[in-house]
Design a protein around this ligand. Structure first.
Ligand SMILES: [Zn+2]
Length: 113
């Protein structure tokens, strides 16, 4: 039993260290996706943004920032959060960015510092 626990700790430390240290590259999320913003009906452009991960508490999804993002600027120029527990291999995400969403996000951030 002790060996199993020790092995688990070793593997966890290894995954965290190696996984974080080797994150590079871009994960493409534009493939087979519409290039038109469903909210603003304008053409979006592909852009490389930071790829975020990590489980969030339920309060994260109830916060005004999250609700504003989902409802008013879903394709703003912002990190793309995949919500996984473990880090992905890639450091960046290629996503479509809507110019209207990006402006709405910029204004929302300025008004909600
Ligand atoms: Zn938009």
């Amino acid at each position: 039993m002790r060996l199993t626990s020790f092995s688990f700790v070793l593997v966890t430390v290894w995954v965290l260290c190696i996984g974080c240290a080797s994150r590079r590259g871009t994960w493409d999320f534009t493939s087979k996706q519409s290039a038109t913003c469903g909210l603003h009906k304008v053409v979006m452009t592909p852009k490389r943004v930071n790829l975020a991960f990590g489980m969030k508490p339920n309060t994260y999804y109830e916060a005004p920032a999250y609700k504003a993002m989902v409802q008013t600027f879903p394709h703003g120029d912002q990190p793309y959060d995949i919500g996984t527990c473990s880090p992905p291999r890639q450091r960046y995400a290629r996503v479509y960015v809507c110019p209207v969403c990006a402006e709405v996000r910029r204004q929302w951030l300025a008004e909600n510092k």
